[in-house]
Write a protein that binds this ligand. Structure first.
Ligand SMILES: [Fe+2]
Length: 223
């Protein structure tokens, strides 16, 4: 099974897709890349969004592409890409942002120094029974990523990392050292090539690492 663990493919759920047509195009690209399972993770910004209205918008987006998903035989699980902030653990209904049917939450780090207070928030979230997986660890400094991984979170890598000159070495190393539990396209409508990158990234890492990463992703999803 080819699992895309991080994608913005739901129409009108965030800036990932502005129309059903765009989402359909994204799904067709995913199919071409051999993807048969997508975790849909629209952005959730705690300072801007309300959990229930976010879920309503997200579920409405899903309903609009359900037929297409069935037609392409792509399974889809709903989640969110939640921006980490100080005190996130106090957000009412936070647990509803976990990937459906799991305690797993895709967590996005802010692009600034990771303060002890942020780490405390990650620990508090974990104490609530939530299993955080860090989104696109390729986007951050090793220091920032390590400060969060140290407390026991899982990590997700974006396929694009393999095709960026300053990132590809680190990406390959992270895969070879077993640091990565899931791979994502981070699909947005303005980056339609992300699924061809996804397929090429898997080719680059080879079947052994692909099967290990897809198995750990499947384990996180309980499938
Ligand atoms: Fe994303």
């Amino acid at each position: 099974m080819r699992i895309d663990f991080h994608a913005h493919i739901l129409p009108h759920a965030d800036h990932g897709s502005s129309s059903v047509e765009s989402s359909v195009k994204q799904l067709e690209e995913a199919k071409k890349a051999g993807v048969d399972f997508i975790v849909a993770t629209p952005h959730f910004y705690p300072y801007k969004h309300n959990v229930d209205s976010f879920l309503h918008r997200r579920n409405r987006g899903y309903e609009k592409i359900k037929t297409k998903l069935d037609e392409l035989q792509i399974q889809c699980r709903l989640g969110a890409e939640v921006m980490l902030c100080e005190g996130l653990e106090n957000l009412e209904g936070l647990e509803k942002l976990c990937i459906d049917g799991t305690p797993v939450m895709l967590l996005e780090l802010p692009f600034r120094e990771i303060t002890p207070r942020l780490i405390t928030s990650v620990c508090n979230i974990m104490e609530m029974g939530i299993v955080p997986i860090l989104a696109h660890i390729d986007r951050y400094t090793v220091k920032n990523v390590n400060s969060v991984l140290r407390v026991g979170t899982a990590s997700q890598l974006n396929a694009e990392a393999f095709f960026r000159i300053f990132k590809r070495g680190k990406a390959i190393k992270a895969v070879k050292h077993g640091v990565i539990q899931a791979l994502g396209s981070d699909a947005h409508e303005d980056r339609m090539n992300c699924y061809s990158e996804f397929a090429r990234a898997l080719k680059k890492i080879g079947p052994e690492h692909e099967s290990r990463i897809m198995q750990s992703a499947a384990d996180l999803l309980n499938i």
